[in-house]
Design a protein around this ligand. Structure first.
Ligand code: GDP
Length: 302
């Protein structure tokens, strides 16, 4: 049996450090509590700039007399986080094709949770009565094709995979082609998360993207980048590398069930100006949630 420490929200951790004596009532916003909040936000992967902006926002509201109680402090923080998540390009709705299949290209490093995400997304579409086809274009890693096939079977959806070592772009082409001829609503293409070098991988992803467009000119409709939510600032550098190679249209942050931090979601959205579209909250097929900025901000300060 695995004994897991209960996940503590940002607010619970703030209280731990800000109110040393729990019987002490909230006295208002002072410099000390703002400093504590700033440190905590930085430790929770929000990044320095965003952390400073969030603290400044709470301070500003306090000066206007809007933050007199603990609940108001908490509310002010949640509002600031939600506003950051809604800024710029922030619509979490999955982009869909007007005609023909919607093609979703899924990218990210090995271990981020790409395959699991694809399985969960397939099951969700299947439940909505959609015809789904998975394309296994990670022909580099031994086992990747089989792993995706297992998820396809579990979700009860169609599958197209090449032989190990075959050209990933041609697998992607075949998957889109099969989706078109078989009348699929959604084609989801898995890609490699590691090649000999990062440059090789980015070149391959660009090629896959180009070849998909060749078969279906307005595809891929979505390029979803899957990031592990527990690796902090490394997720940011991955996000920058991938989005420099292909036009990322949405972010998926996985493993948020395993961290009490969660600020990386805000940091990545702000760095890329790309919407967060899903968060992963577990290893099971049902553990996927469409992203909601308001809910997410509230959960952080629960
Ligand atoms: P891929 O290499 O990117 O395809 O990654 P996988 O989908 O194989 O996932 C890597 C590991 O992370 C597996 O053990 C998954 O069960 C686990 N995983 C994926 N998503 C989540 C999640 O949202 N929460 C948790 N706790 N684990 C996850």
């Amino acid at each position: 049996r695995k004994d897991e420490a209960p996940k503590r929200s940002l607010w619970q951790r703030f209280k731990d450090v800000a109110f040393t004596d729990v019987s002490v009532l909230f006295k208002g916003v002072d410099e000390g509590s703002l400093e504590t909040l700033e440190t905590l936000l930085i430790e929770s992967d929000f990044g320095v700039t965003t952390s400073l902006a969030l603290v400044a926002d709470v301070e500003f509201r306090a000066k206007r007399g809007e933050v007199k109680t603990e609940a108001e402090f908490r509310g002010a923080l949640a509002q600031g986080i939600e506003a950051a998540l809604r800024k710029g390009n922030a619509d979490p709705t999955l982009l869909r094709a007007t005609t023909g299949p919607t093609v979703v290209l899924v990218i990210g490093v090995n271990g981020a949770g790409k395959t699991t995400f694809i399985g969960k997304l397939s099951a969700q579409f299947k439940k909505e009565g959609k015809k789904v086809l998975l394309g296994a274009a990670d022909t580099f890693r031994a086992g990747a094709i089989d792993q995706l096939r297992v998820w396809a079977e579990r979700a009860g959806v169609d599958f197209v995979g090449g032989a190990p070592g075959s050209d990933p772009a041609s697998v992607a082409f075949d998957a889109v082609d099969a989706g078109m001829t078989r009348g699929a609503d959604i084609v989801i293409v898995d890609t490699a998360g590691r090649l000999h070098t990062s440059d090789d991988l980015m070149t391959e992803l660009r090629k896959i993207h180009r070849v998909i467009m060749k078969r279906l000119p307005d595809a891929p409709h979505e390029v979803l980048l899957v990031l592990d939510g527990t690796i902090g600032q490394n997720a940011l550098s991955q996000a920058r590398t991938f989005s420099a190679a292909v036009p990322v249209t949405g972010i998926v942050v996985t493993k948020l069930d395993g961290t009490a931090k969660g600020g990386i979601v805000v940091a990545v959205h702000e760095a890329l100006n790309v919407p967060i579209k899903f968060v992963g909250l577990g290893e099971q097929i049902g553990d996927l949630e469409p992203f909601d900025a308001g809910d997410y901000a509230k959960e952080l300060v629960e």
